[in-house]
Design a protein around this ligand. Structure first.
Ligand code: ADP
Length: 247
């Protein structure tokens, strides 16, 4: 039986008078790809931020591998193996790809000089293997700022993989990426799931992408859970269609 790695139960979160999430429940099964969709402002990012400990929740519970994590801080949650990426890339543009990969490992408490002098050979090997995995090996010595936006997203994805996450929360991984690069990115995400066994929870606006990738999709509207089901269920759900049409 598939276990749920994340269990969100009755979560609510308000910002002043804005009820960003109201009584949200969802589960993320181990080893699967779960999608989170909904119109702008429906509460997707707020839910991500709550799961990774970016802000406290007002009500409800969030479990990771059966353990309550809603009172833990971001770094504590990251150490358990639950990581997120952001819509905007967070790379160091003046550093090369390998350096970005090495700096992505947060347990390092060294200075930059220490880092590159004493780069642990296993980490270096892992960095190069993952750059190969995302198709950036030949660009490993180039500064991250010289890469295209899509390549920067791939680098950021590889940086997240440096931490060997069990679960990765991806916030609009294909946003702003040239359509010709999107298929390559989808392939890499699917492979990270199938070959490295990383469970994925993905916010995605591109319906073609999420319908093609996810095993299960949850749809939020106005801060509440509107619908959930297989991509086929969701595509044919009149409530979802109405929400997107603003009905
Ligand atoms: P989505 O990711 O689906 O676009 P968000 O979670 O970003 O939705 O936003 C849900 C609602 O919460 C919106 O009305 C947004 O303006 C509000 N909101 C989100 N974060 C904050 C914040 N830090 N302060 C005030 N309001 C916020």
């Amino acid at each position: 039986m598939t276990q749920n790695v994340i269990e969100v139960n009755g979560v609510s979160k308000a910002f002043g008078g804005v009820q960003a999430n109201k009584d949200i429940s969802l589960t993320v099964p181990d080893g699967k790809i779960t999608g989170l969709i909904g119109p702008n402002g429906s509460g997707k990012t707020t839910l991500f931020n709550s799961i990774v400990g970016y802000h406290p929740i007002d009500e409800g519970s969030i479990r990771f591998e059966g353990r309550e994590i809603s009172k833990l801080r971001v770094q504590q949650i990251a150490r358990l193996g639950l990581l997120r990426t952001f819509q905007q890339t967070r790379i160091f543009k003046n550093m090369n790809c390998v350096e970005n990969m090495l700096i992505a490992v947060p347990h390092r408490k060294m200075t930059m000089l220490d880092m590159f002098d004493r780069a642990n050979p296993e980490e270096m090997e892992r960095a190069e293997m993952l750059l190969e995995f995302v198709g950036l090996y030949s660009k490993r010595k180039l500064t991250a700022g010289s890469l295209s936006f899509g390549q920067q997203k791939l680098l950021e994805f590889a940086m997240a993989l440096m931490n060997e996450p069990k679960v990765l929360l991806l916030d609009e991984p294909t946003a702003g990426i040239n359509p010709t690069l999107i298929n390559g990115l989808i392939d890499r995400l699917k492979k990270a799931n199938s070959e490295f066994g990383i469970t994925l929870l993905i916010i995605e606006h591109n319906m073609r992408v999420i319908m093609n990738m996810a095993d299960t999709i949850y749809c939020l509207a106005h801060g509440k859970m509107l619908a959930s089901g297989t991509p086929e269920d969701i595509q044919n759900d009149q409530r979802v269609i109405d929400a997107y049409l603003g009905a």
